[in-house]
Design a protein around this ligand. Structure first.
Ligand SMILES: Cc1ncc(COP(=O)(O)O)c(C=O)c1O
Length: 424
């Protein structure tokens, strides 16, 4: 009897995220990972130029993080976080309060980016509900926004192209381009119904690595203050050095009222997220009345292993100057692909910290956006060059981990140049 391959077995029993199985594209079979490389079952090695969905911060299998996890598993593997507490959760909360912009003082843990956002939205709505402004129910968000896949986070995300089927079930949200004027108009339209503004600061990832300006974020802060509503910064992708600063909000000198953190929090290798909230909002729940409790929690809230790893990762971020190294990597790739500026098939070459992106302007102007036909072909071609890229449709980008060497950064840039040669 012939043995089935991993892909054949996979095909019969798994359902992959953001994957149309009917297209019959085989997944890459990954055997192991170390540093910035993935080793495939057929022996090939590929550079993880997208940090495995924007998570891996220091590199795969970082010995400090692996050892931290092992030790924490031996000491305290898991305990509920309702009516109990533990050193890693408290120490991490103390550290996040120190590191996030001044005024963010309370940490609510969950375990992925969508729930970090869901928690933020629920906190804002319940706070208004129980403190005399129940009519404040509508968020303002950006065109193209992506904040996750739970119903609340989908509601503030742009339904196009992912969430059309759920539209009747999503709550009201006003969508704008990232300008101060558009924001002012949205506030005018909503009047006393506005509850808050949610943004991916400086760069919208899933929208196609679309940037926004520090001035826009400053306008969000000012206008939220003016209208007495919450500024929610979704730093799920941008947090922990990706923009060249520890947080994207730091690049604009703004303090949101709530910051959502996930992905890179544990160095990107353990599911943990945090919603960091101002003391003022926390006080909106503080009471002798049990009805004013924030009735939200997840089984693995504040997982001790994740918290210990996040603490270790934050120490490494500082010791190794991760934001600075990511900035250098981004700059190096950007400089090497600079000739793309002259390529008429390429537009919007851009870099922010360790993230570099450009748009492929194919012969068919309608074939752009996440579902562009060219995306999977670009992905396949990059893999054949030993570099894992997973373009957002026609948007080619790299966002590698901080352990990426200069030679590997050059290899990523060369793969991008080759993609442009072949497809632009
Ligand atoms: C800005 C942003 N927010 C939220 C999320 C959702 O995070 P998760 O996939 O961990 O639920 C993502 C995921 O890519 C993201 O980029």
């Amino acid at each position: 009897m012939t043995q089935k391959s991993l892909t054949e077995r996979d095909r019969s029993c798994t359902w992959h995220p953001y994957t149309q199985h009917g297209l019959g594209r085989d997944p890459m079979e990954v055997a192991s990972a170390k540093g910035s490389k993935l080793k495939l079952n057929d022996g090939r090695e590929v550079i993880d130029a997208i940090s495995s969905w924007w998570t891996i911060l220091h590199g795969h299998g970082d010995p400090v993080l692996v050892e931290t996890a092992r030790k924490q598993f031996e000491t305290l593997d898991h305990v509920l976080f309702a009516g109990a507490t533990h050193e890693p959760a408290v120490r991490l909360a103390e550290r996040l309060v120190e590191l996030t912009p001044k005024g963010l003082d309370r940490v609510f843990y969950s375990d992925n980016g969508s729930t970090a956002v869901e928690v933020a939205l629920k906190i804002v709505l319940q706070n208004f509900y129980q403190n005399g402004q129940p009519q404040r129910q509508v968020f303002i968000a950006l065109n193209g926004a992506y904040h996750g896949d739970t119903f609340g986070s989908m509601s503030v995300g742009d339904p196009d192209p992912f969430f059309e089927a759920y539209k009747p079930f999503l709550f009201e949200c006003v969508r704008i381009d990232p300008t101060a004027d558009a924001l002012a108009k949205a506030f005018e339209q909503l009047g006393p119904r506005a509850a808050g503004v949610i943004v991916e600061p400086r760069i919208q990832g899933a929208a196609g690595m679309r940037t926004n300006t520090p001035e826009f974020l400053q306008a969000v802060r000012e206008q939220c203050d003016q209208h007495g509503v919450a500024f929610v910064a979704d730093e799920v992708m941008t947090g922990f050095g990706r923009t060249g600063s520890l947080f994207a909000c730091d690049t604009a000198g703004v303090r949101p009222d709530i910051m959502c953190l996930a992905k890179g929090l544990t160095g990107g290798i353990f599911p943990l997220s945090a919603t960091v909230v101002s003391e003022q909002i926390f006080q909106g729940f503080f009471s002798q009345d049990r009805n004013r409790t924030f009735f939200h929690g997840h089984t693995f809230t504040a997982h001790p292993v994740g918290c210990a790893m996040a603490l270790a990762s934050l120490r490494l971020c500082e010791e190794r100057n991760v934001p600075g190294r990511l900035q250098e990597i981004g700059q190096r790739i950007q400089t090497r692909i600079e000739p793309l500026q002259q390529n008429p098939g390429v537009s919007h070459l851009r870099q922010l910290g360790g993230m570099v992106a450009w748009d492929l302007v194919g012969s068919n102007p309608d074939d752009c956006g996440y579902l562009s036909q060219v995306g999977p072909a670009l992905h396949q071609a990059s893999l054949e060059m030993g570099v894992l890229l997973r373009p957002l449709g026609n948007v080619v980008y790299a966002l590698p981990p901080a352990c990426t060497t200069d030679a590997q950064a050059d290899q990523i840039a060369d793969a991008m140049l080759a993609l442009a040669d072949r497809f632009a």
